[in-house]
Design a binder for this molecule. Structure first.
Ligand code: HEM
Length: 410
């Protein structure tokens, strides 16, 4: 493949329904330099190696001004980066502090405690579909479910959703590298405004929780003292914003991509109806086959790095094409086939290494419960449109709507 504006081809909306042939072209060499500057790494072992390599930085402040502008990721001096865009030791301290309210480090106990509550939310949403002959899975189910859950965990009032929905969408869309200089400038301005408004909103809420504590994560972050001390007010804001956005913009796509894949594979849908245990490996396969996070944009090299004979110089911007890595035939047998009980499925859907997804236990459980309930309770589901209309975003990819015809709800 030539290096002509690779990222433009990948972000081109025409390729959104099926970006995988483009990734297969990319993988002919593990690393390719895009015309606009960044290096794209697309093969499994190389991506995994880099995700564990201390010579790679996630810190936004290490991006060159050109790289930051090209990716719409300019650092706002008024708001320090959230821990997803920091390196150790700052990253580790904030991640540990955020883990505490979730239970002992690395144990998803709190998530298992939520099992019954999650099932109730799912049942309520499916009950609400009675009497309909067509549903939009995104608006009617996949979006409200994880948003309700993350709002409850954090302690953000669900009624305020109309405000932060828009802010979260603008910030998520800001991850995409966009076309002209003017478009980039507009994107940077939009993201900055959305971040500012979300920060002001959260600051008010955190102040309220400090005055009258409740049993939620905002209160815990605002009031707890532990071995790592306490988060500063601005750290609480950036962390809460990160969790709110992460809990919004990813699980919705996993559930929607999941139902789309099941409707395209009716034999698997039928199996899930009668074999609930299948949900666990099936969700892992979805994270490999149709992952909500397609690439990890804009890491920076802190030293010259040799990848398969290509030297990526110090200070370069890297895009790790995780969705491509998870379809690499050097790692996965028959990678373009959806195999719901695929063995040895160490996909890159939740990243890897020190930034691996903090919300993975929650996201997994949400998707397992959601898909199991949908296939059991929706009668005669069939796709109205295939492919469905996709969201603009290339980094966080998924359908904007998924119309499904049904003959009833059990
Ligand atoms: C990090 C995917 C749901 C919170 C990540 C990363 C990926 C990812 C690929 C690595 C980012 C990087 O290396 O730069 C997903 C997917 C989800 C999901 C596919 C749903 C299906 C969630 C949820 C939450 C969450 C529900 C919050 C409760 C986070 C946080 C990080 C992260 C805080 C940053 C971790 C760090 O930097 O140490 N996620 N995520 N995610 N995720 Fe998720």
């Amino acid at each position: 493949m030539t290096s002509v504006a690779l990222l433009h081809r990948i972000t081109d909306y025409a390729n959104r329904p099926d970006p995988y042939p483009l990734y297969a072209e990319l993988r002919r060499t593990p690393v390719v330099r895009d015309e606009s500057g960044p290096y794209l790494v697309s093969t499994y072992w190389e991506i995994k190696g880099l995700l564990h390599d201390p010579r790679i930085s996630s810190d936004l402040r290490n991006l060159t001004p050109e790289a930051a502008k090209a990716g719409g990721q300019e650092h706002d001096p008024n708001l320090p980066p959230a821990f997803i865009r920091l390196d150790p030791p700052e990253h580790d301290r904030l991640r540990r502090l955020s883990m505490r309210p979730f239970g002992p480090p690395h144990t998803p106990r709190r998530v298992f405690d939520m099992h019954g509550e999650l099932e109730e939310i799912v049942s309520g949403l499916v009950d609400g579909l009675r009497g309909r002959d067509t549903i939009d899975l995104v608006d009617d189910f996949s979006y409200p479910f994880p948003v309700t859950v993350i709002c409850r965990i954090l302690g953000v009032p669900r009624e305020d959703e109309s405000h932060f929905h828009e802010w979260a969408d603008t910030i998520a869309a800001g991850l995409d590298p966009v076309g002209t200089a003017e478009e980039r400038e507009a994107q940077v301005q939009g993201v900055r405004r959305a971040r500012g408004e979300l920060a002001a909103y959260l600051a008010g809420l955190i102040e309220e929780r400090r005055r009258s504590p409740r049993d939620d994560m905002l209160t815990a972050m605002a009031t707890e003292h532990g071995p790592d001390g306490q988060m500063s007010p601005v750290e609480i804001i950036t962390t809460a914003a990160l969790l709110l956005i992460a809990g919004h913009e990813t699980t919705v796509n996993l559930i929607t991509n999941g139902m789309l894949t099941l409707l395209r594979n009716p034999d698997v849908l039928q199996r899930l109806r009668t074999e609930p245990g299948l949900a666990v490996p099936l969700v892992e396969e979805l994270l490999r086959f149709e992952p909500p996070v397609q690439m990890l944009p804009q890491r920076t090299t802190l030293a010259d790095i040799d990848i398969d004979g290509t030297i990526i110089p110090k200070g370069a911007s890297l895009y790790l094409m995780v969705a491509s890595g998870s379809r690499d035939p050097q790692r996965f047998t028959d990678p373009d086939r959806f195999i719901p009980d695929r063995p040895d499925n160490q996909h890159l859907g939740f990243g890897h290494g020190l930034h691996n997804c903090f919300g993975a236990p929650l996201a997994r459980l949400e998707a397992q419960l959601a898909l199991t309930a949908l296939v059991r309770r929706l009668n005669g589901p069939s796709l109205v449109e295939d492919p469905p209309p996709y969201r603009q975003n290339a980094v966080l990819r998924g359908p904007r709507h998924l119309p499904i015809a049904i003959s009833g709800v059990t």
